[in-house]
Structures are given as structure tokens and as C-alpha cells.
Design a protein around this ligand. Structure first.
Ligand SMILES: C[S@@+](CC[C@H](N)C(=O)[O-])C[C@H]1O[C@@H](n2cnc3c(N)ncnc32)[C@H](O)[C@@H]1O
Length: 203
């Protein structure tokens, strides 16, 4: 079995393996290969850059999934046919928002599995402002840092969210809450109102 780190394992755990899956920005394609090991029959591994696609092809062949994983060079979802579960991981929250904004095939059954490296408040505001809802969030460690992994669906109902939800979302992992509290304390040097949304440290 391919060994995934905690971050990739947390992402894989939210993917429906009986659906059409796309991993946007796949890089090494370890996630699509691991999903095939777990039973996925139809996976697109896509990337904007040629070099990652070469590494992806090498892994797909190494693990024997050339017949189940299609490699597509694409900027975001521009050249991707309709899929049900779309993974966008290891990118900044702004880029993830832009990629979702370019999706032409969203339905109420579409799921996004998102793992932003930075700018989670930007991503959460984009999602709720554009008719998406976060179903759940989990914390996951990778290379000594804690990240949030989100499961998102489309509802069509646009909503505004408050500052506290923008920063913490639905993640209740104490490791993630500690990280966000630290970030907020640093940001509060320039904007003291942010101190008011420290979770568990203010009433
Ligand atoms: C840091 S790697 C993350 C790899 C993998 N998703 C993960 O989480 O381990 C980011 C990947 O996204 C790709 N990428 C960056 N911008 C992209 C875009 N607009 N569309 C598709 N892929 C993109 C990069 O080429 C790179 O391979």
C-alpha cells in the first residue's frame, strides 16, 4: 500500500471512490494512485506544469494504474470534463478560490476536498459568498505544520460569514485552533480588533 502522510491521508478519507474524481495540481499523483488502491476506477490527475506531469506519469506506471488514471495538463479546471469529487490541495486559498470560480460543471452533488496552505479566511469567504457550504473540516499535520482539510458542497445559497468563522471555520482540532490563535495574535499588532476573535481565549 502507498504510505500517505497525515495530510494526504486526511484528504483521501473524504473522497468518494465510486465517483468521478479529479486531483487538480496533482504533482506526484500519489493521491490518485492511493485512491485507486482503495478502489477508485476513474481518476483524473491534472497539473498546469509539464514537470509534475512527468513525475505523475512515472508513479502511475510504477503502481500499475495507467488504465484508471487519466493525466490532463490543465490550468485549474479549464480543460477538465465533469467530475463529482474534486481535490484541490497544497495551494494558497486565493488560487483555490480562483480555480473553483472557473468550474463550469458544479451541481448539488459535486464535492470539493480542499486543503489550503495559506489564506483560509479568503477561501471561506469566497465559498460562502458564492453559494458553497463547508460540510466539515479536519486538522492534519504535514512536515511539522498543521493544516485544515475541508469537505465542501454547492448549495446555491450565498451567505456572508463573520470574522470568527472566516478564521476558524468548522475545524475543532485543538492543534489548528492554536495555530490560528497564534496567527491572530501576530495580526493584532496592526488590527487590534482581531484579538476579539481568539477562540477559547476570549469570552
Ligand atoms: C505544492 S504542489 C501540491 C501537490 C499535491 N496536490 C499535494 O497536495 O501534495 C502544487 C501543485 O499545483 C500545481 N499548480 C499550480 N497552479 C496550478 C493551476 N492553476 N492549475 C493546476 N495545477 C496547478 C503545481 O504545478 C504543483 O504541482
Amino acid at each position: 500500500m502507498i504510505k500517505l502522510d497525515e495530510r494526504l491521508a486526511a484528504i483521501a478519507a473524504l473522497v468518494r471512490t465510486d465517483k468521478r474524481i479529479c486531483d487538480v495540481g496533482t504533482d506526484h499523483a500519489l493521491l490518485p494512485c492511493s485512491l485507486c488502491e482503495r478502489g477508485a476506477k476513474s481518476v483524473i490527475a491534472s497539473d498546469i506544469n509539464a514537470h509534475p506531469l512527468e513525475a505523475a506519469r512515472a508513479n502511475i506506471t510504477k503502481y500499475g494504474f495507467d488504465d484508471r488514471i487519466a493525466l490532463i495538463r490543465s490550468d485549474g479546471l479549464k480543460d477538465i470534463p465533469p467530475c463529482d469529487d474534486i481535490i484541490i490541495a497544497g495551494m494558497g486559498g486565493e488560487l483555490i478560490s480562483d480555480i473553483i470560480a472557473g468550474c463550469t460543471f458544479v451541481t448539488e452533488d459535486t464535492r470539493f476536498i480542499l486543503q489550503p496552505m495559506t489564506k483560509e479566511p479568503v477561501l471561506r469567504r469566497f465559498l460562502y459568498g458564492n453559494g458553497f457550504e463547508i460540510m466539515l473540516e479536519n486538522g492534519a499535520f504535514s512536515a511539522g505544520k498543521i493544516y485544515t482539510v475541508m469537505l465542501v458542497r454547492y448549495t446555491g445559497q450565498k451567505q456572508s460569514i463573520g470574522n470568527s468563522f472566516a478564521y476558524f471555520g468548522k475545524n475543532t482540532d485543538p492543534r489548528y485552533i492554536n495555530k490560528v490563535n497564534l496567527q491572530l495574535r501576530k495580526l493584532a499588532n496592526s488590527d487590534p480588533t482581531l484579538l476579539g476573535i481568539l477562540k477559547g481565549e476570549t469570552s
